[in-house]
Structure formats: C-alpha cells, structure tokens
Write a protein that binds this ligand. Structure first.
Ligand code: HEM
Length: 409
C-alpha cells in the first residue's frame, strides 16, 4: 500500500486559524490560506484569539525581505520566534547570535563565522559524505526503516557534534534534548518540557567549554574559548548560549529538510528520475528542497520604533512575524511555486532567512542535504512510503518526524 502524505484539511480564512497553535502547522495544509493573505491582506494584525497577545503576520516575499533588511526597525534582541515574544521575551537576549542586535551581534558573529572556515567545511563535508552513505546503504540492506529516525536524524547531530568537538557517545543524548527543546512529534508536549531540555543543553555545554578551555582542540568551541573581542575573552555565557543555538539551529532544521526532500521526490517521480539520470544538479535540488520544505516556517521580530511595512503602520513594541513558508510560495517571485521543480533557477527562497541574521550554518546545511541526496541517487532505485507519517508539532519548525519507507537498490 502506498500512503498519501500530503492530504490535510485546507482552511482558507485566517480567522479560523490560530498561527501560534503548533497543531495548526502539523495538522492543516495552509497553502490556500497563505495565497489568500498574500493577495488580500499581506501585512495583517492577528488578534482574533481571546486572551492571546496580537501580532503582525507578514506573508509576501517582498515584505518579508524588507523586514529582514531593516534590523534597525525590526530587532531580534527580544526574541526571534513567536513563542518567546508572546511569553515575555528570550532569556538569552544579547548572549546568543539569533537574539542580539547591532554591534554586539556583528562582533560575535565575526568570531563564530571563523569556525565555519573553508577548511572546516571541507573536513565536515568529507566525513558527512562517508557517514551518510553508510547510513543509506545500511537502510537499503535492511529494506525498510523509519527514514526520519534511522537515517535523517543521525546526520545533522553527528556533524554538529564534530563541529563543536562533542564526543560521538554524547550525540544521541544531545539529539533527544534538541528534539524536546524545539517542539515535539507528540501533540501533548508542554513549554515546560521544552524549557527543561533547554536548561540541560546549557549545563552540558558549560562543562564542555570548561574542558576545552583547559585543553583546546580544532573545533569551533575551542576556537570560541580562545578568541578575544577588543582584547577580552568571550564571556562564558555567550559561548554556552551560542553552542546551544548551533545545536538547535542546525539539528531539527536540516533533518526536517532531508525528510521533506525525500517525500517530495517520492511524490514527484519525474523529478526523482531526472535527478537519477543526472539532469538535475544536486546543488539546485537542495535549493528547491529548502524552498519546498521551508523547515523554519517563520521568524519573529519586534518593532524598535513606530514604522511602516507593506503599507501598514506598525507601532513600537509590536511583535512582527515573517512567514518564510508563505514568502517561498509567492508567485510574484517564483514561477509556478506549487510545482516542485528540482532544477528551479533562480531560486530566491528565504528558508535560511536574509540580512544580518542569515543562517550562519547555511553552507553546512547544504552540504548535509547534498550528501544525502547523492547517496540516495547512487544507492537507491525505488522508494515507497509504507506507513502513516508523524509530523512535528511546533509553530516555528515544520515537517515530518516519522517516515516509514521501503528502500530498494
Ligand atoms: C539546513 C537547514 C537550516 C535551516 C532551514 C536554517 C534556518 C535558519 C533561519 C531561517 C535563520 C534566520 C533566523 C533569524 O533571522 O532570526 C537561521 C539562523 C541561524 N542558523 Fe540556521 N538553518 C539551518 C541550518 C543551520 C545549521 C546547520 C546551523 C549550525 C550548525 C545553523 C545555525 C544557525 C545560527 C547560529 C543562526 C543565527 C545566525 C544569526 O543570528 O546571526 N543553522 N537559520
């Protein structure tokens, strides 16, 4: 039996939907609602949920890009996702790249970026290609597996552990924490569960950074603990919070992209065939998978002054949510956005954000996805989804967390 993976109720009216509710993103297909919003109300005040603070919903590509480009008007320091902004702001404000603004952000970003040198990316790319191919080959030998858990889940965390100098033995523990910290594949998980997991990750990296300060290696954390800004070492909390953000930023996102990419290929056999025949370069396929899956569905900002966006007046202090998932399907920018086109070019998706907070791990993410699709292309001739899929419950990340498949050579 072949399972259809994409049939979900399709609301058309935002007033029937609470965008802050994780189950909305897991259980509904919002494509038609976004299309209507882009056409009729592209910058909309979302205040129809009793007891919930209102926020702006920005759905057009042009307006999303405009806000990304104006960090002086739309700041990140208070938080960069809706949940934290609707619940009093991010407690790591100013200590983590994604939730810092201005010079503070620029200085730390320069240091973190040194950890993503061409040499480091080469090394990580090499080991990822080897380990990914091994995972895929083993899955093919077994014949069936849960692709999300047995293959995709293992790739990003191994890579991030290598990047951060974390022993391989700790990677499963960190993966489980990252899972809980970002949301869940179970509808019942609470904010409290997520906060507990977040604290545990911080405790782990406090110890890890202390060990590497005493005996540095060639990894990014060793680089952070030995770096200085204006002659002063980076504060310990800045190091720990940024390790945390690299784990959370790079694990689930890439994993959801990988699983969504495989589903897209199974649902578009013509594209799978063209990719296998060498007609679609892997680099273009990766970009289209990023657009199609948009793992980070939104980012959020706070208006730092009274300003304007897409013709609407925004007041200082307002929460502004930028919906990458809608911008990536905007037909003002993408020809036939509802078509999965592995050779789409140009592909101006915003899946990695844009502007000063553009994903610092984008290159690494692309390397991982390319490694996976190349391994699938070379090792697998037939893929079939064989059971019900599980979806991620979050209003920030979207995708599939469980995908039973049969893989044949
Ligand atoms: C492949 C899937 C990935 C997706 C879809 C993704 C998505 C994003 C997005 C949308 C942003 C912008 C956030 C904002 O503007 O507020 C971002 C920033 C960031 N990403 Fe990624 N990311 C991915 C992979 C990674 C990886 C592999 C890492 C690290 C190993 C990483 C680490 C970060 C960090 C630290 C930031 C904050 C950068 C800053 O604020 O300067 N991401 N990512």
């Amino acid at each position: 039996m072949t399972y259809q993976t994409s049939e979900r109720p399709r609301p058309t009216d935002l007033r029937n939907v609470n965008l802050a509710d994780p189950s909305v993103h897991a259980e509904l297909d919002l494509t038609q609602m976004w299309r209507r919003l882009r056409a009729e109300d592209p910058v909309l005040w979302h205040d129809h949920v009793p007891g919930q603070q209102g926020f702006w919903v920005v759905s057009r590509h042009a307006d999303v890009m405009d806000a990304y480009r104006r960090p002086q008007d739309f700041g990140s320091a208070a938080g960069n996702v809706m949940d934290t902004l609707l619940h009093g702001g991010d407690s790591s404000s100013g200590r983590m790249l994604a939730v810092s603004d201005g010079e503070q952000h620029r200085e730390v970003r320069r240091v973190v970026q040194r950890g993503f040198s061409a040499k480091m990316l080469d090394e990580l790319g090499h080991s990822t290609r080897i380990s990914t191919r091994k995972l895929v080959t083993e899955a093919v030998e077994r014949g069936s597996c849960d692709f999300a858990k047995d293959v995709a889940a293992r790739i990003p965390i191994a890579l991030i552990c290598q990047l951060l100098g974390v022993p391989e033995a700790d990677s499963t523990y960190l993966m489980e924490l990252a899972n809980s910290a970002m949301g869940s594949d179970a509808p019942g998980q609470t904010l409290r569960d997520a906060q507990l997991a977040q604290s545990e990750i911080l405790v782990y990296f406090t110890k890890h950074a202390r060990q590497l300060r005493a005996a540095p290696g060639n990894d990014l954390v060793s680089m952070l603990v030995t770096s200085e800004i204006d002659g002063r070492p980076l504060p310990a909390d800045v190091i720990v919070f940024n390790c945390y953000s690299l784990v959370l930023g790079g694990d689930e996102t890439a994993r959801l992209g990988m699983v969504g990419g495989l589903v897209a290929l199974t649902e578009h056999p013509d594209q799978w065939k063209r990719f296998k025949d060498g007609d679609i370069p892997v680099e273009l396929l990766v970009e289209e998978v990023m657009r199609w899956t948009t793992p980070a569905v939104h980012v959020a900002r706070t208006a730092l002054r009274d300003t304007e966006l897409g013709g609407r007046r925004i007041a200082e202090g307002d929460v502004v949510t930028l919906w990458n998932t809608s911008a990536n399907w905007d037909d003002a920018v993408f020809t036939a956005p509802e078509v999965f086109d592995g050779s789409r070019r140009p592909n101006r998706h915003v899946s990695f954000g844009f502007g000063p907070h553009f994903c610092v791990g984008a290159q690494l993410g692309r390397i991982e996805l390319a490694a996976l699709f190349e391994a699938l292309r070379d090792e697998v001739s037939h893929v079939e989804v064989t059971g019900p899929i599980g979806r991620f419950y979050s209003n920030f990340l979207n995708g599939i967390t469980s995908l039973p498949v049969e893989l044949r050579r």
